[in-house]
Design a protein around this ligand. Structure first.
Ligand code: FPP
Length: 234
């Protein structure tokens, strides 16, 4: 594949962990644990294949509706993977957390802020992790910041543009989103990167996230490379 056929930024909706575990008669958190291993492998596959940035949907603002033990399980997985994120800081990888982390436990919040700060200058690869993230909330947050500036007369309403909104999204320093991959057979965006996905390609796959393999990634990229992207033109 030519370099321009490799997506610069892929979004992954890590779906199907619960069903994967259920099929094996195991608790849902067993599926999340497997899913977190696949997250780590997928980062490496993306790097090998020449992708520049990968964003993973780890916890949505709607996921708080899940049972407390499942939420606790996902947070504990994060605690475990923070060590791996720290290791990535030495590999010229930048970590960006998308979402409102102020609602997470203090230990996780402090670790994640520190990792983001320490990797700010890394330019080899970007890993985005959407945590307590929702696309509508992200756009609302940008609108509120701009409205506040307008109310203080720091900007005029007509200064508000797609560009000024984009600069306030969590993805401001990432390349444009080219491809969204959702395994597990569901065909929806579930409030993931809704602004950024306006011109992204979508590849939906039947595999459950814990079974997602390098071959699945290659096949999604190869499907992407055959799509004709016209961005509204002809
Ligand atoms: C969706 O599957 C998955 C989640 C809501 C959690 C994803 C979290 C992880 C993989 C672990 C933490 C992440 C990192 C980055 C260490 P589901 O539970 O909705 O599956 P189902 O549709 O089969 O029930």
């Amino acid at each position: 594949m030519e370099e321009n056929q490799i997506p610069a930024h892929i979004g992954f909706i890590m779906d199907g962990n619960g069903r994967w575990a259920k099929k094996r008669g195991m608790p849902r958190n067993f599926g999340h644990s497997k899913g977190a291993e696949v997250f780590k492998k997928t980062v490496n596959w993306c790097k090998e294949l020449g992708v520049k940035c990968a964003t993973f949907y780890a916890f949505s603002t709607e996921n708080w509706r899940r049972p407390a033990d499942e939420i606790e399980g996902i947070m504990n997985l994060l605690r475990r993977y923070i060590k791996d994120l720290r290791a990535m800081t030495k590999e010229n990888t930048r970590i960006i957390i998308l979402g409102d982390i102020s609602q997470l436990s203090e230990d996780i919040r402090l670790e994640l802020s520190d990792i983001m700060e320490r990797t700010k200058e890394n330019d080899g690869f970007i890993v985005g992790i959407a945590l307590n993230y929702g696309g509508r909330g992200e756009i609302t947050r940008a609108a509120r910041i701009l409205a506040d500036k307008a109310a203080r007369s720091e900007i005029a309403p007509e200064d508000i543009s797609e560009n000024s909104i984009e600069k306030l999204l969590y993805t401001a320093e990432m390349p444009p989103l080219d491809l969204v991959i959702r395994p597990s057979g569901e065909q929806r965006l579930s409030n993931f990167l809704i602004w950024q996905a306006a011109y992204a390609e979508f590849v939906f796959m039947d595999v459950l996230w814990p079974d997602f393999s390098k071959n699945d990634l290659i096949s999604a990229i190869s499907e992407f490379s055959q799509r004709s992207r016209r961005f509204g033109g002809i």
